[in-house]
Design a protein around this ligand. Structure first.
Ligand code: ADP
Ligand code: MG
Ligand code: MG
Length: 248
């Protein structure tokens, strides 16, 4: 049983205050959706938890099983059991997907997985996500389509088996097939009950496939409303206007 506690988190970017006191608790087995209009600070939350250098923590705490993530390097956060989808967004010429994933698993576990075991896990994960076997030999992120990036992200998550996964949907276009495959991947993964998922999204559509247990609405850098899955349906029908008016 793991627990991520975000306490009164305040974050600035280039001296501009973006997050203004965020409180959120995610336990293993739970899926929380963070929804909100563009510019409300959703990705800032993800980057701050990830330890992106551009995002300055000006107050608050982020604890994973009681340990302060904000004191840790990015690698230490991953070893502590945190998974952040946008952690390795760069193109890496000459590093194949397969090599990258094996070194990611090695880094998180502190020892290299046995080649045969890793090959089996990799193949299983790729099959489940309908990823072409040739994908494993491609260079990391080089020319990946939106759908390939997302599948790779979920594949990483399945191999790393984190305690808490933070997925920023980045609002980029996934076609319906990719959306379904990615959603099924998340569902398969969370079915173990051992991982807590924080799913950040602007759109309600992924929530048709991945039912959240809790929905939090972000506006103006803080949580302005919380509820169960019914809140996502309300947002789908009514949009965010009511919240953006209130915080403008
Ligand atoms: P969301 O993900 O909800 O669309 P973001 O967290 O991306 O919102 O952005 C929140 C606010 O912070 C916006 O006003 C955005 O312009 C600003 N911001 C975020 N990241 C940066 C950055 N790296 N440099 C400058 N401003 C940023
Ligand atoms: Mg945005
Ligand atoms: Mg965003």
């Amino acid at each position: 049983m793991s627990i991520l506690e975000i306490r009164d988190l305040q974050v600035a970017v280039e001296d501009k205050e973006i997050l203004r006191g965020v409180n959120l608790t995610v336990k293993s087995g739970q899926t929380h959706a963070i929804m909100g209009p563009n510019g409300s600070g959703k990705s800032t939350l993800a980057y701050a938890i990830a330890g992106h250098p551009k995002y300055t923590i000006t107050g608050g705490q982020v604890l994973l099983d009681g340990a302060d993530l904000l004191d840790m390097s990015v690698d230490e956060r991953a070893r502590a059991g945190l998974f952040l989808a946008m952690q390795y967004p760069v193109e890496v010429p000459g590093v194949s997907v397969s090599n990258f994933l094996r070194s990611a698993v090695t880094s998180v576990r502190g020892e290299a997985p046995k080649l045969r075991e890793f090959a089996k896990d990799l193949k299983g994960g790729m099959d489940a996500l309908s990823i072409d076997p040739a994908f494993a030999q491609r260079n990391l992120n080089e020319g990946f389509s939106g759908g390939e990036k997302k599948r790779h992200e979920i594949l990483q998550m399945e191999l790393l088996k984190p305690k808490i996964a933070v997925l920023d949907e980045t609002d980029s276009g996934l076609d319906v097939d990719a959306l379904r495959v990615v959603s099924e991947g998340i569902n398969r993964f969370r079915a173990s009950g051992e991982t807590g998922v924080l799913l950040i999204t602007h759109y309600t559509r992924i929530l048709r496939y991945v039912q959240p247990d809790f929905v939090h609405v972000f506006a103006g850098g803080r949580i302005v409303e919380e509820g169960g899955p019914e809140l996502a349906e309300k947002l789908e029908a009514e949009g965010y206007e009511q919240y953006t008016k209130a915080t403008a």
